[in-house]
Design a protein around this ligand. Structure first.
Ligand SMILES: *[C@@H]1O[C@H](CO)[C@@H](O)[C@H](O)[C@H]1NC(C)=O
Length: 457
């Protein structure tokens, strides 16, 4: 079995992968109701929190059931410390200003368009292009349990002109089934399928070629875009670049004997001994299995009350911010403001997308995707991987190289976590902009200037 996948993967890699002839992925499927036609118009959109929704939410917040107290001294190791929940829930009920937060979410131009039958929501900002500079389009992809809100603290600094030659035009979509984008009623819409939707979005906005940034599930979609559209994606920048080629997995396994051949000595403990990594996955990846196996069962529980939605999300924000957060009384979550956390919750609560967002896991991690094997096909798209200390998977550069044959740089951070844009906005922006600059430089030197933004002026 393993052997036939290896052969398939090598054949696909040698022949050049063609998604159009892959029966296992749905690159063009109509995900919406059969009765509607594609409406390619781009309409302005604003978040509008209905008075009844807010009143109902406040009622639920103010009439919540008591929570089971935590066991003594367990902090966040059992998933949550319910003693810390009122820090967030009381604020949500009494201090969170729905009027000003709604305005906050509406501070950037947002739009809707229809793609493959679904209404797709996105933020889109074309910057002013100062004389002598050019503009480059950047698709920015959020993750779970995030939303477009992940990027609100960084947008201003990304779009404003710097000393660099380029300015950035950002497109920040909500994934199908997340926030203000439609969910489908048909099975099969995983991260691969989302990549095709976002390629169509960028084309519709006039960008035949573009850059991609992604973290978490957005990193996976970005990875897929770089695989399906190597000629369109000018660069891939990611806080969670992952290689799942057979060669990468062999390298990581073999590396457990001589880690020093794979990575600098000070990084070895991020991956080895593998026992620690496997223990971490067993301890903290319960959510992943349940999301993948039974999304509707867990989705119902997560979305039912503001307490349950907050609790499920806090547990994920905690384990992915630092691996040691289980021993922290607050789960290490004070690094986020209450407005950051609750704005993000509001997007899920208002749109009732707890279940539809979780289904993304089931539609991605399954036999159909495994059979396709696109994720083991290498891509030449110039890539930069940012690796925070608390990031979920540490990938040695040699392993990344088996997927990203033009790995421009690996930016290793000796601190910080998985939600870098929320946690460290300034550092995130600097890494992103300098990353784009290095990718452009690399392409000029190695790919006949392919990535130069001149054609976007
Ligand atoms: C929310 O903020 C606005 C503007 O600062 C203020 O006028 C309003 O009274 C606040 N609402 C609440 C419920 O505090």
């Amino acid at each position: 079995m393993m052997y036939s996948w290896l052969v398939l993967g090598l054949v696909a890699a040698a022949a050049g992968y063609d998604y159009r002839s892959d029966p296992e992925i749905y690159h063009d499927k109509w995900w919406g109701p059969e009765s509607i036609k594609e409406d390619t118009s781009i309409r302005p959109f604003k978040v509008e929190w209905k008075k009844e929704m807010v009143e109902d939410l406040l009622y639920r917040l103010n009439n919540r059931r008591p929570m089971t107290p935590p066991l003594k001294g367990t902090n966040y190791n059992y998933g949550l410390n319910t003693d810390t929940m009122s820090y967030w829930l009381d604020y949500w009920a009494s201090n969170y200003n729905f009027t000003t937060r709604e305005e906050y979410l509406n501070q950037y131009p947002q739009f809707l368009t229809n793609i493959q039958g679904l209404k797709i929501h996105f933020i889109w900002i074309k910057p002013e292009v100062p004389k002598g500079k050019y503009s480059i389009p950047l698709l920015m992809l959020h993750g779970y349990p995030g939303s477009v809100r992940e990027f609100y603290d960084v947008i201003d600094d990304i779009i404003k002109p710097t000393g660099r030659d380029f300015v950035v035009e950002v497109v920040i979509p909500s994934f199908p089934g997340f926030g203000y984008s439609d969910a489908t009623n048909y099975p099969g819409l995983g991260t691969a399928e989302m990549a095709f939707i976002f390629e169509k979005l960028m084309t519709r906005l006039g960008h035949e070629r573009f850059y991609v940034h992604g973290g978490d599930a957005g990193a996976v979609i970005g990875n897929n875009l770089a695989t399906f559209f190597p000629e369109k994606v000018l660069g891939y920048h990611s806080t969670m670049a992952v290689a799942t080629t057979d060669e990468a997995l062999s390298l990581i396994t073999a590396g457990s004997v001589y880690p020093a051949t794979l990575m600098p000595a000070d990084l070895i403990s991020r991956l080895y001994p593998l026992k620690n990594t496997l223990q971490y996955l067993a301890q903290d990846f319960g959510y992943f299995h349940i999301h993948t196996a039974k999304p509707d069962a867990i989705g119902l529980c997560v979305g039912e009350t503001p307490t349950s939605l907050l609790g499920w999300f806090l547990h994920l924000f905690s384990i992915f911010s630092r691996r040691t957060n289980g021993d922290n009384p607050m789960g290490g979550l004070e690094i986020y403001s209450r407005d950051q956390i609750i704005d993000n919750l509001m997007i899920y609560w208002d749109t009732e997308t707890a279940t539809t967002s979780i289904r993304m896991y089931a539609e991605t991690i399954n036999l159909r995707n495994l059979r396709s094997g696109y994720f083991r096909v290498p891509t030449p798209v110039p890539t930069i991987a940012v690796q925070a200390l608390g990031e979920i998977f540490y990938m040695p550069p040699a392993a990344l190289n088996t997927k990203f044959t033009n790995l421009v740089a690996v930016d290793v951070l000796d601190d910080y976590g998985h939600f870098l844009a929320l946690e460290q906005p300034k550092i995130f922006v600097e890494l992103l902009l300098s990353g784009l600059q290095r990718i452009i430089q690399f392409s000029k030197q190695n790919m006949n200037g392919d990535a130069e933004g001149g054609n976007y002026v």
